[in-house]
Design a protein around this ligand. Structure first.
Ligand SMILES: [Zn+2]
Length: 113
């Protein structure tokens, strides 16, 4: 998982992953434009971890509530996927089973404009 403290280490590892190399090749050797820890997603941070899959390096975010891995917004469809996830019934069900309080979309994305 990515964290601001070991950003350098993470990027170094990630540049060697399969996903990174394939992406690189497909896009004419331009580096994938992913801003790790982007302030744009700051409103999601309380509920997600950002990272890349250990196996192949595909960027992902992991829901802290139900532990489900989702496509990283920078390579997927943006923040809306994550926003939808929190209101989805699977996430709610697992959160409830874990005894987590219900969150509303307003609470999880207070800073959203
Ligand atoms: Zn979830």
């Amino acid at each position: 998982m990515w964290s601001s403290e070991d950003n350098d280490q993470f990027i170094e590892w990630w540049r060697k992953t399969k996903w990174f190399h394939e992406h690189d090749r497909k896009n004419g050797y331009t580096e994938p434009k992913i801003i790790w820890g982007s302030p744009k997603r700051a409103n999601c941070w309380p509920n997600i971890y950002e990272g890349a899959a250990c196996l192949d390096g595909q960027p992902i975010v992991v829901c802290k509530r139900c532990s489900k891995a989702l496509k990283h917004p920078a390579v997927g469809t943006g923040n809306s996927t994550i926003e939808r996830h929190f209101t989805g019934k699977d996430c709610k069900k697992i959160s409830r089973a874990r005894g987590l309080p219900q969150i509303t979309i307003e609470e999880s994305f207070r800073a959203k404009v």
